[in-house]
Ligand binder design. Structure first.
Ligand SMILES: Nc1nc2c(ncn2[C@@H]2O[C@H](COP(=O)(O)OP(=O)(O)OP(=O)(O)O)[C@@H](O)[C@H]2O)c(=O)[nH]1
Ligand SMILES: [Mg+2]
Length: 306
């Protein structure tokens, strides 16, 4: 019998992904996990909740926390999103602060840095979207600038979209995990229930298909999630809540074409997620000014930690 390898202590910890809106936090989470856990879109404020991605290896477990984009929120709903992101900073072992290049949110990035000065956990600066820089040496002055501003544990350039730099980043993160327990069973990749993931995929399609204020006025509730094992089918019924009648007409579209397209695209992704056939029934309902109504906010899951 071969001598068993020396027992090393198990490492674990929570790792926040924070940054301005649209810099690629959710894309990075999906890239690290190798599967779609968090929805993404080329628009700010896509992510509205803390989304966990749980990465388990034989010797460690990293629980990644994707967060809403930090910005100067003016209305109460966006303040909830920003609070959700900022409060995460106090509850994690490692912070990854994402920027995008070329830099588009310098004032927000300074605001985020101010918040990072108040915490004790190590911070890694992730310079994302480097695929957009044709001339890589242009990164060096930016990295120097940030190195002088804050004692980052490391600065890692990445392209979350293409996967460049993600392994190196992961190496830096895992190296910082303290000794700790396995928080989640090893086969868990997230703690979100399947019905939440399904609702998010519907919301993602709306973010991709509709413009201006409509995606922001949308919340999804899943009213039925019925497994029918005999038919290898899951029967889902969901309501798309909007704030006004005009938004309802846009969502339904001429002769119902828009809602049909949303349903078709969402169903495709939900079938991949659940690994079986899905019947998806979508209803559109006006829940007037839900973003201003604490009861609706609670019902739609945006006040969970309060
Ligand atoms: N070119 C390029 N695009 C990227 C990269 N990473 C993300 N994106 C794109 O940037 C957009 C925003 O990505 P998300 O991952 O949704 O950004 P986020 O930071 O989670 O955004 P919020 O949740 O709204 O704060 C999407 O269109 C992504 O495809 C990257 O490395 N390179
Ligand atoms: Mg996001």
């Amino acid at each position: 019998m071969t001598k068993s390898s020396e027992q090393r202590p198990f490492k674990s910890g929570y790792v926040a992904l924070v940054g301005a809106p649209n810099v690629g936090k959710s894309t990075l989470l999906n890239g690290i996990m190798g599967e779609k856990i968090s929805i993404t879109a080329p628009k700010p404020q896509t992510t509205r909740n803390r989304i966990l991605g749980i990465l388990t290896r034989p010797d460690c477990q990293a629980v990644f926390v994707d967060t809403p984009g930090i910005h100067k929120a003016r209305d109460p709903f966006n303040k909830i999103l920003v609070d959700t992101a900022l409060s995460t900073l106090n509850e994690v072992d490692v912070v990854c602060f994402l920027l995008e290049v070329p830099e588009t949110h310098k004032h927000l990035d300074s605001f985020i840095l101010e918040n990072l000065r108040r915490i004790r956990s190590p911070v890694i600066l992730v310079v994302n979207k480097v695929d957009r820089l044709p001339h890589k040496p242009d990164l060096l002055p930016l990295m120097d600038h940030y190195r002088n501003l804050f004692p980052f544990h490391a600065i890692v350039p990445t392209s979350a979209l293409k996967g460049d730099g993600v392994e190196e980043l992961l190496g830096e993160i895992l190296g910082l995990l303290p000794e700790g327990p396995r928080y989640y069973p090893e086969d868990y990749s997230t703690d979100q229930p399947e019905r939440f993931l399904a609702a998010e995929l519907i919301r993602e399609k709306i973010f991709h298909l509709l413009r201006q204020e409509v995606p922001y006025a949308v919340a999804i509730t899943v009213d039925q999630f019925k497994e029918e094992p005999d038919r290898n089918l899951i029967d889902i019924e969901a309501t798309i809540h909007v704030e006004r009648d005009s938004q309802k007409s846009i969502l339904i579209g001429r002769q119902g074409r828009m809602i049909k397209e949303i349903g078709k695209r969402a169903r495709g992704d939900i079938e991949i997620l659940l690994g079986c056939r899905v019947f998806l029934g979508l209803f559109v309902r006006v829940t007037r000014d839900w973003r201003k109504n604490p009861r609706s906010l609670r019902e739609f899951g945006y006040l969970q930690n309060r």
